[in-house]
Ligand binder design. Structure first.
Ligand code: EPZ
Length: 430
């Protein structure tokens, strides 16, 4: 079982290039199968979730060719099955975008119920509601979501809750629905906009992505395109918080600074210095940091996917902070792990009360999910002494070359596969 061995206590410094956005890539790769021509996608992150989706797309017959590590060619003309099921896809979430894509294109889809990080119950009722309003029949049979339609017709759909997944999924099927579809109370995340932009570059007619209302005029066909995935806002935010918690000086490059405002504004509030450039953001710490209040919200609010990383920073600043997780009901379980490093955090319902402590101590840790796992790694880099983080399979799902990028910033971290290897690393590292 792979683990990260980490020797903490050194500020991270330097610059690091951010990869393509995982959650945008998942939607875009599913969208690509909707055309019967070549769709070439650039800046595809080489992370497990994306690679599983690519293998799954190949499994159902579409042509998938890796042109290079971050460039993929997909052609949906060879697709021969609308049944999407394998042990890996059941463990991730993004596979459910094939529901919207296949239902739109072939009027039928059968996709294994999505898994993903265990951060809450994560229902898919809003996806199904959207498909049904477009004219599909949906049911869950033996762990598979089955959606079928004789015809799909544009409709007015108001989502009961703001959801990234349902917004993207229903948008995908509405692209091929007859007439106009209006989606209201939609998610405005940069990756929603990115999926819409890619679809538009394939000939779709989508307007309003990035606002509360998306209007889609159905088309009969999509054509090939060449498209570049946006940089990963959450990966960039994770490196910025890693810089903050280690009191370092890090520049994230290849980013869209505007997408990071929701994160950098909070880092500024607590006393970090942020400098913005055209496609880079620098964070450094030149004065003592102080506590704040965080409430996770859909974009442009503070992202739930940055909540654990920000809590780690707050655990080391002066004063008391509160962190209110409003999106997922079970996304504070990592606090027990963190407290083993000497933090002083208590949880009441979905609120973490964080009393800053001057120092973190290394510990044996376990990653409970993707973002909390990454947060524990940043805590270990800041801590005095040595830590081992296991269950890093979660982290590898969403961060490309995580350890290598941290090493580039001076972080002492190594992926090891046994206690012996970890001991060896700790003996040799300076
Ligand atoms: C996406 O999950 C991301 N995953 C998550 O990223 C991210 O945390 C989340 O959006 C919020 O930003 C992917 O893009 C693959 P939602 P998703 O639908 O689509 C409720 C990461 O770390 N809801 O926006 O599953 C739901 O329970 C991952 O990269 C319904 O009630 O999230 C939640 O409370 C973790 N019914 C809220 O909406 C539905 O039908 C937002 O969920 C759908 C969602």
């Amino acid at each position: 079982m792979e683990q990260f061995a980490i020797r903490g206590g050194r500020p991270l410094t330097g610059s690091v290039a951010i990869s393509g956005a995982k959650n945008a890539a998942l939607g875009i790769l599913a969208a690509a199968v909707m055309a019967d021509e070549d769709v070439i996608i650039h800046n595809v992150p080489d992370v497990d979730d994306v690679n599983i989706l690519l293998e799954t797309i190949a499994d159902i017959g579409a042509t998938v060719e890796r042109l290079s590590r971050h460039d993929v060619r997909i052609n949906g003309s060879t697709l021969n099955s609308c049944v999407v099921d394998n042990t890996f896809i059941r463990k991730m979430r993004g596979g459910y975008y094939l529901l919207g894509a296949l239902l739109g294109k072939y009027h039928q889809a059968e996709v294994a119920l999505p898994g993903g990080c265990t951060i809450g119950t994560r229902p898919i009722d809003q996806h199904l509601k959207g498909f049904e309003l477009l004219g599909a029949r949906t049911e869950i049979v033996n762990g598979m979501v089955v959606a079928k339609a004789d015809e799909l017709e544009g409709a007015s759909i108001y989502f009961d809750t703001v959801t990234v997944g349902a917004t993207i999924n229903v948008m995908l099927s509405a692209v091929f629905s007859k007439g106009r579809t209006v989606l209201e109370n939609v998610a405005k995340e940069p990756h929603v906009v990115d999926v819409a932009s890619c679809l538009n570059s394939m000939g779709a007619k989508i307007k309003g992505a990035g606002t509360d209302l998306i209007r889609i005029d159905g088309v009969e066909k999509l054509h090939g395109t060449e498209y570049t995935v946006i940089p990963d806002q959450i990966e960039a935010g994770t490196f910025l918080t890693a810089a903050a918690v280690t009191r370092g000086d890090v520049t994230v490059t290849n980013v869209i600074p505007k997408h990071l405002d929701c994160i950098t504004s909070k880092l500024r509030d607590i006393g970090c210095t942020i400098e913005e450039y055209d496609d880079a953001v620098r964070l450094y710490v030149k004065k003592p940091l102080k506590g704040t209040k965080i409430r996770t919200q859909p974009y442009p609010g503070f992202p739930t996917d940055m909540q654990p990383q920000m809590t780690v920073v707050l655990s080391t600043v002066n004063g008391t902070s509160t962190v209110n997780e409003t999106i997922f009901e079970n996304r504070l379980t990592y606090v027990d792990e963190l407290n083993r490093m000497g933090t002083d955090i208590s949880v009441e319902g979905n609120i973490a009360i964080v009393n800053g402590v001057p120092k973190l101590k290394g510990a044996q840790l376990s990653a409970p999910d993707l973002r909390a796992g990454a947060a524990l790694v940043t805590a270990a880099l800041a801590a005095e002494g040595d830590s081992v983080v296991d269950e890093i399979k979660y982290i590898l799902r969403g961060y490309e070359d995580f350890a290598a990028k941290l090493r580039q910033l001076g972080g002492r971290i190594e992926m090891v596969s046994s206690e012996t290897e970890a001991r060896k690393f700790f003996m040799q590292v300076v």
